[in-house]
Design a protein around this ligand. Structure first.
Ligand code: PGA
Length: 259
């Protein structure tokens, strides 16, 4: 089996700050129903904190996994309003986003802070999805690779190769998030291939061949097939289009060249 074939496609829905408890449970149930017979694809949803437990309950026994959108690096303490890795684990989350561009933008999240969160999550058995990506100004200044490299080197510092192997990376160009302006398959493939070479330097060729790299930024039913056809695109992190079950289920059922 080639390295690419060993990477199970991973489709994830980031609900951001949307829904109330009842509509979150309803959406989760509809997604779970739609993927009941799925095979060879991994599916996860990331509801807001207050709905994690109810949503985890609603999808219990189905292939849908649950993640949190954020966490703090410390286990507990005087950090009003924050939530820790053991807390999200205790309500049924098995995944957590780290370094989403909205956290970097609105909460001054740094690569070093992401690194501490990743280490905390791994120590509590939660799989981090580490989000990286350049702004439009950085792309225009031909700094995309520099930015990605720094985010990876600093964000994955102090991790053993085995720990790097447990992560998922999400490439999310900031200019494509929530804008309707999706990266072309060529732009996505180029960035993903570059990320894989940086991971190879950090953790070795074996890990870099196995690590999954999701693309995120205006993924929709209409563009998922061509993005997923790229050699190094192993999944999608979906915002807006994950809020309607039919749209998200079509994304989960993307058509690959082989299917
Ligand atoms: P979008 O968001 O699909 O709405 O662009 C993606 C993300 O922020 O993960």
């Amino acid at each position: 089996m080639t390295a690419a074939a060993s990477r199970i496609p991973f489709l994830a829905g980031n609900w951001k700050m949307h829904k109330d408890r009842a509509s979150a449970v309803q959406l989760a149930r509809a997604i779970a129903e739609g993927v009941r017979d799925i095979s060879g694809r991994e599916v996860a949803i990331f509801p807001p904190y207050p709905f994690i437990e109810a949503v985890a309950h609603a999808v219990n026994g189905t292939p849908v996994e649950i993640g949190a959108q954020e966490c703090r690096a410390e286990d507990s303490g005087a950090f009003t309003g924050d939530v820790s890795a053991p807390m999200i684990a205790s309500v049924g989350a098995t995944l957590c986003l780290v370094g989403h561009s909205e956290r970097r933008q609105y909460h001054a999240e740094t690569n070093e802070g992401c690194n501490r969160k990743i280490l905390s999550l791994l120590s509590h058995g939660i799989l981090p999805i580490y989000c990286v990506g350049e702004t439009l100004a950085e792309r225009d200044a031909i700094r995309t690779f520099d930015v990605l490299e720094t985010q990876l080197v600093e964000g994955l510092a102090r991790l053993s190769p085995a720990e790097v192997g447990r992560l998922v990376v999400a490439y999310e160009p900031v200019w494509a998030i929530g804008t309707g302006r999706v990266a072309t398959p060529e732009q996505a493939q180029e960035a993903h291939a570059f990320i894989r070479t940086v991971v190879a330097r950090i953790a070795g060729a074996d890990i870099s061949g196995r690590i999954r790299i999701q693309y995120g930024g205006s993924v929709k039913a209409e563009n998922v097939d061509e993005l997923m056809a790229c050699e190094d695109v192993d999944g999608a992190l979906v915002g807006g289009a994950s809020l309607l079950a039919a749209d998200f289920l079509r994304i989960v059922r993307f058509e690959s060249r082989g299917s």
